[in-house]
Structure formats: C-alpha cells, structure tokens
Design a binder for this molecule. Structure first.
Ligand SMILES: NC(=O)C1=CN([C@@H]2O[C@H](COP(=O)(O)OP(=O)(O)OC[C@H]3O[C@@H](n4cnc5c(N)ncnc54)[C@H](O)[C@@H]3O)[C@@H](O)[C@H]2O)C=CC1
Ligand SMILES: Nc1nc(O)c(N)c(N[C@@H]2O[C@H](COP(=O)(O)O)[C@@H](O)[C@H]2O)n1
Length: 269
C-alpha cells in the first residue's frame, strides 16, 4: 500500500513566506524559475553515510515537510548519482496532493540508463508522479533509442543543455544559468534542488547565490561520521589568499519538526 503523509495547515503557514507563489501570476515577468535549495543533513553536514548509500535522516514530521515542498514546486531536481544511489520516486506522497513535481535529473555525461522497473517510472505508471526530464550534454543523435523511447512512453524526455568540460575531471558540466533557462523553456516556474552533494556544492558557488531564492534545510540530530557525502562548497579566498565564508543565510528562522529542526533563510539581499 502506498505511503500517505500528512502535513498540518499550521506548519504549511509557517513555510508560506519561503515558497514560490501558489498561482504564479508573476511568472510571466520572471526570467527564470524560483529556486529553493533544500536537503536533509546530519550534524556533521553529511547527506548520506557514503556515496551511493541511501540514508534516512528526516523523521516523519520533516519528511512530510519535504513532501509538502514537493507539491509546492513545479519541479524537483537531483544529480545523476542520487538517482543511481537511491532509485528515488521523486513524487509527493501527501494524501490528496493536487500537484506532482516534474523530476529533473542532471546527467550531463549520460550515466543513467533508465529502466522500466525504476521507481520514478513505477509511480508514473500508477498515476502518482511524473516522468523525469533528463538534462544532458550528449547530442540527440547519440542518445540510446531504448532510453529515449522509455522516457517518451512515460511522458518524460531528454533535454540538451550547453556544456563546458571540467579541467579537473574532463567531464561535461552545465552552468546553473543554462539549467534554469532549460527549465524556464519548459514553463517550469519553480524548482526545488534536493541534492546530492556535488549538485548542492556547485549551486553554492558564489557566482550563483543570486539564483537561489530560498534555502530550507532539515537538520537531524545525528552524526554520520567521516566518509559521508558532505555539503561543503569550494573555499573562497580574497586577493591575499585569505579564506572567508562562502555564504551566510539571512532572514533566518528555525522550526522544530519532531526531533529535527528545519532552518529557513535566503542568500538574496
Ligand atoms: N539527505 C538528503 O537530503 C539527500 C541525500 N542525497 C544523497 O547524496 C548522495 C549523492 O550525492 P553525490 O554523490 O554528491 O552526487 P549528486 O547527486 O550530486 O550527483 C553528482 C553528479 O552530478 C553531476 N553534476 C554536479 N553538478 C553539475 C553541474 N553543474 N553540471 C553538470 N553535472 C553536474 C556530477 O558531474 C556528477 O555526475 C546519495 O548518497 C544520496 O543518497 C541526495 C539528495 C538529497
Ligand atoms: N528530505 C530528505 N530526508 C532524507 O532523510 C533523505 N534521505 C532525503 N533524500 C532525498 O529524497 C530522495 C528519495 O526520495 P523518495 O522518497 O524515493 O521519493 C533521495 O533520492 C534524496 O534526493 N531527503
């Protein structure tokens, strides 16, 4: 039987100032989607015990909060390693949810081979979620036809996004401006960026702070220990090589949800 979560109206009211507008009359005038950065972290800033290990951090209350966020955003974005590690459903499981978010998978180098048995397609076939849009740097002519067909059959697709090649890894990369332009072109007015570590760390680059409208972080009262997937963006230094903080939230509020606490803030002025 499918899991059904509930999220109280009082809690929803607390989050309202942090969320994209419900009916987005402003969207026509917005040049890019509303971006919410949201994830669950341990006390030692880990998202999971190790790369590739699905790790439960959120308790029932904060989990329901995340699912409320899912129904309040047009899209939910994750990196390909999260898909490979977690086989996530990426749907909203709040009872009576009227909207499902569009899953967006960042897969510049095409590492994910979609399978019919993947949870994201299962929930789609049962009417409880949408098929993913996969953002890739690979040319349409080189995409595997079976994957194109599987996505298409479920209402998903590949979307080509311009790339640069990382000098460090030799891998294709997107700029966040291009990612958001691709979502805007699909009329996706808002996106929650959920992880994993590399995705979050790349978005926290100071060049992109003005793209992040809202930050909502669940903090679980647990240490996962060393070796986890850590949220810690690249260090920034001044002209003398002295490091300074990469980012600090403003307009901060803290909300307990069961044993977890949810931290809300913004990186914008
Ligand atoms: N606690 C939580 O809220 C969450 C936990 N997770 C956990 O995080 C782990 C996965 O995290 P990671 O290993 O860091 O992988 P990831 O999910 O961040 O994906 C990494 C991939 O994304 C690509 N990527 C990142 N930035 C890119 C960019 N700007 N352009 C193009 N490609 C880009 C990388 O090249 C790499 O292939 C899993 O264990 C998962 O369970 C994932 C999401 C949320
Ligand atoms: N909010 C939150 N709390 C946790 O404890 C988590 N492990 C995650 N992980 C994210 O949720 C995805 C799983 O989604 P489904 O439940 O399968 O729909 C997982 O892939 C991470 O993105 N999030």
């Amino acid at each position: 039987m499918a899991e059904k979560l509930t999220f109280p109206a009082e809690s929803a009211a607390l989050l309202e100032p942090r969320l994209p507008p419900k009916l987005d009359p402003e969207n026509a005038s917005r040049s890019r989607p509303f971006v919410t950065l949201t994830f669950a972290t341990s006390l030692d800033s880990s998202l999971s015990l190790a790369p590739g290990v699905r790790t439960r951090l959120s308790g029932p209350g904060s989990k329901a909060m995340t699912h409320y966020l899912r129904t309040r955003h047009a899209a939910i974005l994750v990196g390909v390693s999260t898909v490979l590690a977690d086989d996530p459903a990426l749907n909203c499981r709040i009872a009576g949810a009227s909207h499902q978010p569009r899953p967006i998978v960042i897969d510049a180098n095409l590492r994910w081979t979609p399978r019919r048995s993947d949870k994201v397609f299962e929930v789609c076939r049962s009417g409880a979620g949408l098929a993913p849009f996969v953002l890739t740097g690979i040319d349409a002519s080189k995409l595997p036809p079976e994957s194109v067909e599987l996505l298409h059959e479920h209402g998903g697709k590949y979307i080509h996004v311009p790339t640069t090649r990382s000098e460090a890894t030799g891998r294709l990369r997107f700029s966040w401006d291009d990612i958001l332009a691709a979502l805007q072109a699909e009329d996706l007015a808002s996106v929650m960026v959920e992880g994993g570590g590399q995705i979050i760390n790349s978005l926290l680059d100071p060049a992109y702070h003005n793209l992040i409208d809202s930050v909502i972080v669940t903090i679980a009262p647990t240490w996962l220990g060393q070796g986890g997937v850590v949220v810690s963006p690249d260090r920034v230094t001044d002209s003398a090589g002295v490091p300074f903080p990469v980012a600090r939230l403003s307009h901060v509020s803290w909300h307990p949800f069961g044993e977890d606490v949810v931290l809300c803030g913004t990186l914008r002025e």
